[in-house]
Ligand binder design. Structure first.
Ligand code: SF4
Length: 347
């Protein structure tokens, strides 16, 4: 296993990991908050390199990414560990790596070469790192993303966004999409839900992904009753997207399902999702989608200029009905749809 990237050596064989915004100071023999970056004799070892907990060919819409290679199939990889500890985590078996060494023993190893081969043989158009937080898998995702691009495959991160600018800048040349969760818009929300304090840095890193690295960005907010369903937070997210990422950036508002330590809360009422939709529309967002509500009217992509359906979705069945070169095939309006690998960056 290679030495980790992005860390400082401190006195007494301690290290500071600079991969995510925790910037953990790790004592010898210990691991950071994520559990998978360990201090071995004063150097960082990413014990999760190439260790895969799950791999599946998914519709890209499942990430969800709606304006990125619509209708394509993506080979999705999950590892172990997470830098968040969300109360309602759906993937806690792999995300809570309290005893990573035990988990790692039974895990499959898939090299970057093998990942690319698998994607091609399964007729996937790209690779995605998802299911748990990919930034803590930095070295592996970086090697894989580089190789994917060399082989004409797209690359996507499904992330909580809590990466450092330095980690983003390493990934930047090789990553096409940054699908980021913005879980709320207040100190209290991030503290209560995920024990995170400097959440505003997530916004800055997402802006950097968009503007410095020309990544395609889509934002997801899971709306949780009593926690982030107030007008102030929803409006804060919507206005931030509009002002910093642009009005054509998709915003996915998804329904919360009671689970684990948040099983006492109700599922998100439809009226709350409709309220969020209106708030987003009022803020000027052109593409707002509702998730976890099968059969709802806000799954399709509708041209904001001529009102025609340009991408039709029923569950994970996608039909591209009217898109030409990222624009509406009927009226020519820009739809912000990425269907080719990134070329160049905006520095
Ligand atoms: S990736 Fe984040 S959580 Fe993990 S050791 Fe580094 S700074 Fe800590």
């Amino acid at each position: 296993m290679a030495e980790g990237l992005l860390y400082d050596k401190l006195d007494g064989q301690r290290v500071r990991c600079n991969v995510c915004l925790w910037r953990c100071v790790i004592n010898p023999g210990k691991a950071g908050v994520c559990g998978v970056r360990q201090n071995e004799n004063g150097t960082v070892k990413p014990v999760n390199y190439a260790k895969v907990s799950s791999v599946a060919a998914d519709p890209i819409e499942k990430k969800p990414l709606f304006h990125f290679f619509p209708g394509s199939s993506v080979l999705s990889f999950g590892g172990i560990g997470c830098n968040y500890h969300c109360l309602h985590c759906q993937n806690w078996e792999i995300a809570c790596a309290e005893e990573p060494d035990k988990l790692l023993k039974g895990m499959r190893e898939i090299s970057p070469d093998e990942a690319v081969r698998m994607a091609k043989s399964r007729k996937c158009t790209g690779l995605a790192w998802t299911y748990n937080e990919p930034v803590i898998w930095l070295e592996y995702t970086l090697d894989s993303a580089r190789l994917a691009h060399e082989n004409g495959l797209y690359t996507a991160f499904v992330t909580n966004g809590y990466a450092t600018p330095e980690a983003l800048d390493l990934l930047g040349p090789h990553l096409d999409a940054w699908r980021v969760d913005v879980k709320g818009f207040s100190d209290k929300l991030y503290r209560d839900l995920a024990k995170i304090s400097n959440w505003r840095s997530i916004l800055e890193v997402a802006e950097r992904a968009r503007h410095k690295w020309n990544m395609h960005v889509e934002v997801v907010t899971n709306i949780i009753p009593t926690m982030n369903d107030d007008d102030e937070q929803l409006s804060g997210i919507a206005h931030w997207i509009k002002e910093k990422l642009g009005e054509l950036t998709p915003w996915h508002i998804t329904r919360f399902h009671p689970y684990r330590e948040m099983a006492h809360l109700p599922p998100t009422p439809m009226s709350t999702l409709e309220k969020a939709y209106k708030i987003g529309t009022k803020a000027g967002l052109r593409f707002i989608y509702m998730g976890n509500v099968p059969g709802n009217a806000h799954e399709n992509t509708v041209c904001y200029n001529c009102s025609k359906i340009v991408i039709e979705r029923t569950g994970y069945n996608t039909r591209v009905a009217g898109v030409k070169d990222s624009c509406c095939a009927y009226c020519g309006a820009d739809l912000n749809i990425r269907s080719s690998l990134k070329t160049g960056v905006m520095k």
